[in-house]
Design a protein around this ligand. Structure first.
Ligand code: NAD
Length: 366
């Protein structure tokens, strides 16, 4: 298995491999960059078919966190961890505590948050052995309602703000009254997003692999349930993918009739060039790592001073960032994903230079 020459390596700063035969823990932690601050990112548990698959995932996700945090103007680096195993079969408190002991050895360069296969309560178990976990403290959510640390409300609100901006750019509308939106995946984020949209007067179509999730949106929000096949190809204004990655691909893109694709799911483009395929079809795509940054913003404030007004104001900057991405994409004739990557790199370089300057100034003072 290649590491330095791995196609996803991209000059990662640090890679750790942890193994604890007693608890069955096999984990990889990847730190892409700490130039802007400690690397914060989810701890994913998944039954990877091979070590290579786990390595590829952690490297790709870790780099993605550097870009997401830079684009959201957060003083955070990018990192991610993966635990190899089936969360339904292999997750035990002993295994999670063992992960906590390993993370403690990294001295705070990497901070773990929840991700797929781990929950806030799992992170609390990891947190028995290390302080380097985030997204676990009770606080007032950005709507002023008490929250257990779950970042989903902030992610859903940021996605809603992003949809408003995309609709303004592509459809020239500043309100959502009667706007038609199809949501794929009505889970923690999708359902909350649906509620925001409903409150703004939108009409909703939904699909989820779990019928009870769909029923809730139908009963409580008056959404129309549709099939897996239909959800991506409905003649609506907005398609909001809020379930899984790689949903924008060679087979789905030609069938999409929506004029805007804007949802919370991570890694929506199967391949980077799929943003160009969307642009070619006249579909305005809100890059996922720009629109779904509400969660990381929320977790960041938990580590500083959690004032829900500040969190809300910061989450709302997702709208301004998307405004810049859409405007530049139009004037430069480039796909929005390409522009979002460039903007993240610009912000990353600018703030790394500031960070270095302040560190050397501090060294001089010291
Ligand atoms: P979740 O597990 O609560 O919800 C996902 C929903 O999608 C579930 O209801 C599930 O049944 C459904 N689903 C799974 N496969 C599906 C399919 N093939 N078709 C339709 N529905 C399907 O997860 P979540 O926290 O709501 O996150 C949703 C997406 O947003 C994920 O891609 C996640 O990585 C991303 N995201 C979440 C956050 C956050 O704060 N929770 C932050 C950033 C990005």
């Amino acid at each position: 298995m290649n590491v330095f020459s791995h196609p996803e390596f991209d000059n990662h700063e640090h890679l750790s491999i942890f193994c604890d035969p007693e608890t069955g823990l096999k984990a990889i932690v990847a730190i892409h960059s700490t130039s802007r601050g400690p690397a914060l990112g989810g701890c994913r548990m998944y039954p990877y078919a091979s070590d290579e698959q786990a390595l590829r995932d952690v490297l790709r996700l870790s780099r993605g966190m550097t870009y997401k945090s830079a684009l959201a103007n957060l003083d955070l680096g990018g990192g991610k961890s993966v635990i190899i195993g089936d969360p339904r079969k292999h997750k035990t408190e002993a295994l999670l505590e063992s992960m906590g002991r390993f993370l403690e050895q990294l001295g705070g360069q990497y901070i773990a948050a929840e991700d797929s296969g781990t929950s806030v309560s799992d992170l609390k178990v990891i947190g028995r052995q290390t302080t380097h976990v985030a997204g676990i403290k009770d606080h007032l959510g950005l709507d002023g309602v008490p929250s257990n640390g779950d970042p989903s409300p902030a992610t859903a609100y940021g996605t809603y703000i992003g949809i408003c901006m995309a609709v303004r750019h592509r459809l020239g509308r500043s309100d959502l009254q009667g706007l038609e939106v199809a949501i794929q995946g009505i889970g923690n984020v999708g359902y909350r997003l649906a509620r925001h949209l409903k409150e703004a007067g939108a009409k909703l179509w939904v699909y989820d692999i779990h019928k009870d999730q769909m029923d809730r949106a139908v009963d409580e929000l008056g959404a129309t349930p549709v099939s897996a096949e239909e959800i991506l190809a409905l003649p609506v204004d907005v398609l909001a993918p809020c379930a899984l990655g790689a949903v924008l691909n060679d087979s789905s893109i030609p069938r999409i009739q929506a004029k805007v694709v804007a949802g919370a799911a991570n890694n929506q483009l199967e391949r980077p060039e799929h943003d160009a395929a969307l642009q070619k079809r006249g579909i305005l795509y809100a890059p996922d790592f720009a629109i779904n940054a509400g969660g990381i913003i929320d977790v960041f404030y938990e580590r500083t001073n959690h004032d829900h007004h500040k969190v809300r104001a910061h989450v709302e900057t997702i709208g301004t960032t998307l405004d810049e991405i859409f405007t530049r994409a139009r004037s430069e004739g480039l796909p929005t994903g390409t522009i979002a990557n460039r903007l993240a790199e610009e912000r990353f370089r600018r703030s790394s230079a500031d960070h270095q300057q302040s560190t050397s100034a501090m060294a001089k003072v010291g």
